[in-house]
Design a protein around this ligand. Structure first.
Ligand code: AMP
Length: 262
């Protein structure tokens, strides 16, 4: 590579789907060189979560990346990333922004995310890094980390990439049986109804989340973790939508914990 080529990093946990590939394609627009990292990071999984079952498909991922313009894959093993073990390793945490939403349901999760992303930034030294808006709280936390730790790189967000029927693409979708896959559509259907309500002028948070709640509760295979509206900048709950806001949900369907937002 030329010494003045820019590098864009796309951090992933592998089991690549078209959502990931949309990030790779966006990365290509931002830099001459694109590096995709693939690492199922143990420090971001809690006890009882799916670290062991999480799909690991490096051969298949490598083949998929041959058809998209990635220049290199960085796929370290756990010992390479945490040579002295997990417990004694330095942690990077972004308080505040990570307490609500998924942070409340998954204690320690975001510390694991910001720690590993910080390490990836130090190793790869990219000029820019791409993250999906599906994990919008992660995106906000990483922007904060980059600002707080004075990383000299640009963070770019990518809109949610969906299946044709609207389900947000996720590596965890493969946990769904065919009945659960159908049931999971209650998420996007309810979010769309909420968006329509908002578009007619509704600004009362409870009315909007109530619409989502009844839609998801009507599906017997789903169990709601949370349905919340927050300020898009500081991730604090809001009652009235008077600013840029995110409506986010986490719903368990079968073995899969699915998140989505508008
Ligand atoms: P993961 O492999 O699930 O950790 O995701 C790696 C990156 O891809 C993260 O920045 C995610 O936000 C992003 N991502 C995952 N699924 C999607 C999707 N359906 N649309 C857009 N970005 C996504």
């Amino acid at each position: 590579r030329h010494h003045d080529d820019h590098i864009a990093l796309v951090p992933t946990m592998g089991s690549l789907h078209n959502g990931h590939l949309s990030l790779v394609n966006l990365a290509r627009e931002h830099a001459e060189r694109v590096i995709v990292s693939i690492f199922v990071n143990p420090t971001q999984f809690g006890d009882g979560e799916d670290f062991d079952e999480y799909p690991r498909t490096l051969d298949r991922d490598t083949r998929r990346l041959k058809n998209t313009p990635a220049d290199a894959i960085f796929a370290p093993d756990v010992d390479t990333m945490y040579p002295f073990g997990l417990d004694m390793a330095t942690r990077v945490s972004v308080p505040g922004l990570t307490e609500n939403f998924c942070g409340a349901s998954r204690p320690g999760h975001f510390d694991g995310v910001t720690t590993v992303v910080c390490k990836l930034f130090c190793i790869v030294q990219p000029d820019c890094a791409i993250f999906g808006e599906k994990d919008f709280q992660q995106l906000v936390a990483i922007r904060q980390m980059v600002s707080d730790l004075n990383f000299d790189l640009k963070i770019v967000g990518m809109p949610i990439y969906r299946e044709e029927d609207g389900l947000a693409m996720s590596s965890r979708n493969r946990y769904l049986t065919s009945d659960e896959r159908k049931a999971a559509l209650c998420i996007i259907k309810s979010l769309k109804r909420a968006k329509a309500l908002f578009d007619t002028g509704e600004r009362e948070g409870k009315k909007i989340t109530g619409e989502v709640k009844s839609g998801i509760e009507a599906e017997p295979l789903s169990r709601i973790d949370y349905i919340k509206i927050c300020d898009a900048g500081d991730i604090q709950d809001i009652d009235q939508i008077t600013q840029r806001a995110v409506l986010a949900v986490a719903v368990n369907v079968g073995k899969a914990r699915l998140i989505d937002n508008v």
